[in-house]
Design a protein around this ligand. Structure first.
Ligand code: 5GP
Ligand code: ZN
Length: 112
């Protein structure tokens, strides 16, 4: 999608600190980490948010969770949190589906 920051990052048009990539998924460090470990996993395909996941595009979401499990194992993460904000009121600032993976500190529940 034109003018989408994360489409451009996945395409390599905007530099990022890549942790993993394949034909459908891209993982990179968050530019403003909220925990000692904070990376994002996104589909290369533009999907607005988790609210736009459907039967036609959900396979990549399953793959994203495989990638998250692999990266967590590679980094020996003992515990971690996976977050996807949907809509402005929930804190979504980039309208391209992404999963935050946060680790390396104690976390509170419920999130704010
Ligand atoms: P959201 O607020 O939409 O749930 O998450 C968007 C995330 O993208 C934020 O945590 C923000 O720090 C991160 N972010 C925004 N712009 C960039 C960028 O240009 N590069 C990287 N690596 N992360 C970004
Ligand atoms: Zn996009």
């Amino acid at each position: 999608m034109e003018d989408c920051l994360f489409c451009k990052i996945a395409a390599g048009e905007i530099p990022s600190d890549c942790l993993y990539q394949d034909e459908s998924v891209y993982a990179f460090k968050d530019i403003a980490p909220q925990a000692p470990v904070h990376f994002l996993v996104i589909p290369r395909e533009h999907i607005d948010s988790a609210a736009a996941v459907s039967q036609g595009n959900s396979a990549v979401v399953a793959h994203i969770f495989e990638v998250i499990a692999k990266l967590a194992k590679d980094q020996d993460l003992e515990g971690f949190r996976v977050v996807s904000n949907v809509g402005e009121s929930a804190g979504q600032t980039v309208r391209h589906l992404h999963f935050h993976v946060l680790s390396g500190r104690d976390m509170t529940w419920p999130p704010g």
